[in-house]
Design a protein around this ligand. Structure first.
Ligand code: PLP
Length: 381
C-alpha cells in the first residue's frame, strides 16, 4: 500500500465486526462484559485497550511504516512514556533546539529522577559521538527543529546509535510521515504530538509512539498501561479522521509554506527566514535527501530586532491567528521567546537563535495569496 492509501485504509480492516461501519465506532466505555473470568473479546478495561484507540494505533503504525502504535493523552505523555524506559544514572543526548515542553519535561522532571541529559547541536552528526559514554542509552532527535528549522541527518545519527547500541527516537511532529519516515532511516522510536498535523484541525490534544521492534513495543505498552497516560475514544476518532486527509493537507502546507517563505525572504523588514527549502539553508541537502517536501513551518526575525517589532507584526495579522500550537488547517503565528519557548532560559534560547524578534509561522491550507497579502499588510507593505 502506498502512503496516500495508508492514511485512509492503513490498519482499518474489520474495525466494526458488528455492523461493518466504515468508520470505527466510538467505543465510549471504560469496561467490557466478560462471559467468565478472563472470558473477553480482547478488551478488558479502556486504560489497557479500547477498540477505537486500537484502530488509531494501527493507523499510526501503518503510516509510519512501523509494526506497533501507541496513542497517549498528549505528545508530552508519549515522551514521558519513552523516558520511563530509563533509570537513574542513564544518559540521554538530545537536540538543543528543542520543543520547549520537551525541554521542561527532561530538565524539570527526569533530571530530578537521576537521568542526565546533554543538549547539543546535531547538525554535524559526528558531534554526537563525543558525548557518548557507557551510561548513554538514547539519542533524542527533533527534525526540523523548533523553531529554528535546523535539519538533523536521521540516517547518519541512526548509524551512530547502532554502532554504540543506543536507541534513537525521533520527534516527527513537524515533518509528519508524509514528509519523512524516521523508522525507514534507522530510528527505533517515532514520536508525535498528534495535536498538530496528524489531528490537523486544532480540536484535540494527543500523542503517539510507533516502533518496529516487538520487545521495545512490549516495554512501551507496559508503561502505557502502568502509567496510564492514554487518550479517550472520542479523541482517538478525531485523530483517525484527521489522518485520512494528512497527505492532501501536507501538499497544500508545503505549497503555501514555500510561497510565504519566498515572500518573506525578499521583504526589507525581515532579517532572516528559516525554512529548509531554501537552497542556502545550511542543511538544505540533508532536508532534500530525507524529506519529500519542506513543510509549512517557518520562522523569521525582523531587521529592527526588538520584541516590540515582532509584537507589532503579530498584532497586525488578520488571517494568521496569534496562538500557540501548529499543524492545523488554519494559519497560526507565535512568538517563541514569550510563548512556546518561555520555559527555556534567555541565554540558552539565544544560543540556538531564538532571538526576541523571532516569529514562528504555521502556514495553513488557506489560499496562499491571502496569506502573503496578510503578512504584507502586517509588515507595513
Ligand atoms: C506540541 C509538541 C510537542 C508536545 O505535544 P503536546 O501534544 O502539546 O503534549 C512535542 N514536540 C513537538 C515538536 C511539538 O510541536
Amino acid at each position: 500500500m502506498k502512503f496516500n492509501t495508508k492514511t485512509i485504509h492503513g490498519g482499518q480492516e474489520n474495525t466494526d465486526p458488528a455492523y461493518n461501519s466504515v468508520m470505527p465506532p466510538i467505543y465510549q466505555t471504560s469496561t467490557y462484559a466478560q462471559s467468565t473470568p478472563g472470558g473477553h473479546k480482547g478488551f478488558e478495561y479502556s486504560r489497557s485497550g479500547n477498540p477505537t484507540r486500537a484502530a488509531l494505533e494501527r493507523s499510526l503504525a501503518s503510516i509510519e511504516n512501523g509494526n506497533y502504535g501507541m496513542a497517549f493523552g498528549s505528545g508530552l505523555a508519549a515522551i514521558d512514556a519513552v523516558m520511563k524506559l530509563f533509570k537513574p544514572g542513564d544518559e540521554i543526548i538530545s537536540t538543543n533546539d528543542l520543543y520547549g515542553g520537551s525541554y521542561r519535561l527532561f530538565t524539570s522532571i527526569f533530571e530530578n529522577l537521576g537521568i542526565k541529559f546533554h543538549f547539543i547541536g546535531m547538525q554535524e552528526a559526528e558531534n554526537i559521538e563525543s558525548y557518548i559514554n557507557e551510561n548513554t542509552k538514547l539519542i533524542w532527535v527533533e527534525t526540523p527543529t523548533n523553531p529554528m528549522m535546523n535539519i538533523i541527518d536521521i540516517e547518519a545519527t541512526a548509524k551512530i546509535a547502532q554502532k554504540h547500541k543506543l536507541l534513537l527516537a525521533v520527534d516527527n511532529t513537524f515533518a509528519t510521515p508524509y514528509l519523512q519516515q524516521p523508522l525507514e532511516l534507522g530510528a527505533d522510536i517515532v514520536m508525535h504530538s498528534a495535536t498538530k498535523y496528524l489531528g490537523g484541525h486544532s480540536d484535540v490534544v494527543m500523542g503517539g509512539l510507533v516502533v518496529k521492534d516487538k520487545e521495545l513495543a512490549d516495554k512501551l505498552y507496559f508503561i502505557q498501561n502502568a502509567s496510564g497516560g492514554v487518550c479517550g475514544p472520542q479523541d482517538s476518532f478525531l485523530v483517525l479522521r484527521g489522518i485520512k486527509t494528512l497527505h492532501l493537507r501536507m501538499q497544500r502546507h508545503c505549497e503555501n509554506g514555500e510561497k510565504v517563505a519566498r515572500f518573506l525572504k525578499e521583504h526589507p523588514a525581515v532579517a532572516k527566514v528559516n525554512w529548509p527549502g531554501f537552497e542556502d539553508h545550511p542543511n538544505h541537502d540533508i532536508a532534500k535527501k530525507q524529506m519529500k517536501g519542506f513543510g509549512g513551518m517557518i520562522s523569521f526575525s525582523t531587521t529592527e530586532g526588538s520584541t516590540e517589532s515582532a509584537v507589532k507584526i503579530l498584532e497586525n495579522l488578520k488571517v494568521f491567528t496569534l496562538a500557540e500550537s501548529l499543524g492545523g488547517v488554519e494559519s497560526l503565528a507565535g512568538h517563541p521567546a514569550s510563548m512556546t519557548h518561555a520555559s527555556i532560559p534567555k541565554e540558552e534560547r539565544e544560543k540556538t537563535g531564538v532571538v526576541d524578534s523571532l516569529i514562528r509561522l504555521s502556514v495553513g491550507i488557506e489560499d496562499g495569496d491571502d496569506l502573503v497579502a496578510d503578512l504584507k499588510q502586517a509588515l507595513g507593505e
